[in-house]
Design a protein around this ligand. Structure first.
Ligand code: HEM
Ligand SMILES: *[C@@H]1O[C@H](CO)[C@@H](O)[C@H](O)[C@H]1NC(C)=O
Ligand SMILES: *[C@@H]1O[C@H](CO)[C@@H](O)[C@H](O)[C@H]1NC(C)=O
Ligand SMILES: *[C@@H]1O[C@H](CO)[C@@H](O)[C@H](O)[C@H]1NC(C)=O
Ligand SMILES: *[C@@H]1O[C@H](CO)[C@@H](O)[C@H](O)[C@H]1NC(C)=O
Length: 327
């Protein structure tokens, strides 16, 4: 073998082994109460604050896309380092997601100190919350270690923005081994949660010479959004539900909305038109079972993306800080 192929082989072997070290019963002996504790914490939190599910799911997705699922997104910035969560693109990643992880970590440190990684807590919490708001249950293999790096600059480069052309978004997903079909299935996450006006305002005001707003929007919907967002520059907290019909339920309504011009983000709406993605939008709009199966498979794939095992990571004492100070 030439050195190049040998290197490729070793890289492949390394990826294959770190994933295969993960198992659903990784903490069976070391923390048997894990699943019950997480379920209890997320249930209490979701009941107290209904935005927890969407906040946590988005947080988990962002964690995985930037440097793999290693809780890098949970690290707080300090005077030496602007961490991933403070990237401009965090768009105020809502506090509920961070808080549910902190609560679970606190409860777990009492029962099984120093055992469960923050990356695993986030993965489990996201799954339990998806299921709790009506979405599919899927297996979460465990054994992720928490990473040693968290940089805002890496988040900017790794995450798609709603104003990007679909080509660019497709290639961002493809660079992580996710097909256009998987991208469409994962974007079904926008069946819950909300978005700040700034992210879709270009569709609402001064859209073009011919039209004030994006003509692919259903007119009454555009009108409602223009009213909702009329003061968004003064009040940047103004936001709209991602799924205007069933905002808090994890279902396939997101795809049905896209077919009617009720998609909020330009990137979502584009998926309903482009010939590489439209067939899947139509499939999932017609068949929720097909959507749930595809979402579960795709998010399981995301959830083992570039995971760190063994000495490649650590089990943090607290989720917002590395165990030893990094400069
Ligand atoms: C296809 C590319 C994607 C783009 C461009 C995108 C963009 C966005 C934007 C701009 C927001 C609003 C953030 C805010 O204003 O606070 C948002 C919200 C959200 N995104 Fe995505 N997203 C994408 C894919 C995904 C995927 C794959 C997932 C998860 C599997 C996801 C989960 C969420 C969730 C749950 C919310 C709601 C957050 C909340 O309510 O706090 N997104 N997304
Ligand atoms: C997101 O980043 C901004 C700075 O760009 C920061 O002010 C804000 O606190 C961050 N949000 C969270 C939840 O960390
Ligand atoms: C739209 O354009 C007009 C003039 O071209 C300007 O006065 C107005 O402030 C713009 N509105 C927004 C929301 O940008
Ligand atoms: C926008 O601001 C105006 C003037 O302060 C106010 O009358 C109106 O209700 C505001 N709109 C929204 C949606 O908050
Ligand atoms: C919906 O999708 C599921 C899973 O792919 C499939 O088994 C089922 O036959 C589909 N239902 C319809 C009505 O096509």
């Amino acid at each position: 073998m030439t050195p190049f192929y040998l290197l490729l082989f070793l890289v492949f072997l390394n990826i294959a082994t770190s994933e295969s070290k993960l198992t659903v019963d990784y903490y069976k002996k070391t923390c048997p109460g894990l699943q019950d504790i997480i379920r209890q914490v997320v249930t209490d939190k979701q009941i107290a604050s209904s935005t927890t599910a969407s906040a946590t799911l988005r947080l988990f997705f962002h964690d995985c896309m930037v440097n793999g699922c290693d809780a890098s997104v949970l690290i707080s910035s300090n005077s030496f380092n602007t961490a991933e969560r403070d990237a401009e693109i965090n768009l105020s990643l809502p506090g509920d997601g961070f808080e549910v992880v902190t609560r679970a970590k606190t409860a777990l440190e009492l029962q099984c100190p120093g055992v469960v990684s923050c990356a695993d807590i986030l993965a489990l919490a996201a799954r339990d919350l998806v299921t709790m708001v009506g979405g599919p249950y899927y297996n979460v293999r465990l054994g992720r270690k928490d990473g040693f790096i968290s940089k805002a600059s890496e988040a900017e480069a790794a995450l798609a923005k709603p104003t990007m052309p679909l080509n660019q978004i497709i290639s961002i997903f493809q660079s992580r081994g996710l097909s256009p079909q998987e991208m469409v299935a994962l974007s079904g996450a926008h069946t819950i949660g909300f978005t700040h006006c700034k992210e879709f305002s270009q569709r609402l005001f001064n859209f073009s010479k011919k039209s004030d707003y994006d003509p692919t929007l259903y007119p009454k919907y555009a009108e409602g959004l223009r009213k909702l967002c009329e003061n968004y520059t003064k009040d940047p907290t103004m936001s709209a539900f991602n799924d205007v019909m069933t905002p808090n339920k994890f279902d396939n309504m997101y795809y049905q909305n896209l077919q009617k011009g009720l998609g909020l983000l330009a990137s979502d709406q584009a998926m309903a038109v482009d010939k590489r993605t439209k067939p899947y939008v139509d499939l999932y709009a017609a068949n929720q079972t097909a959507f749930f199966q595809a979402f579960a498979r795709a998010i399981e794939k995301v959830s083992v993306y570039q995971v760190k095992t063994g000495s490649k990571g650590e089990v943090r004492h607290r989720c917002d800080a590395f165990n030893s100070l990094k400069t």
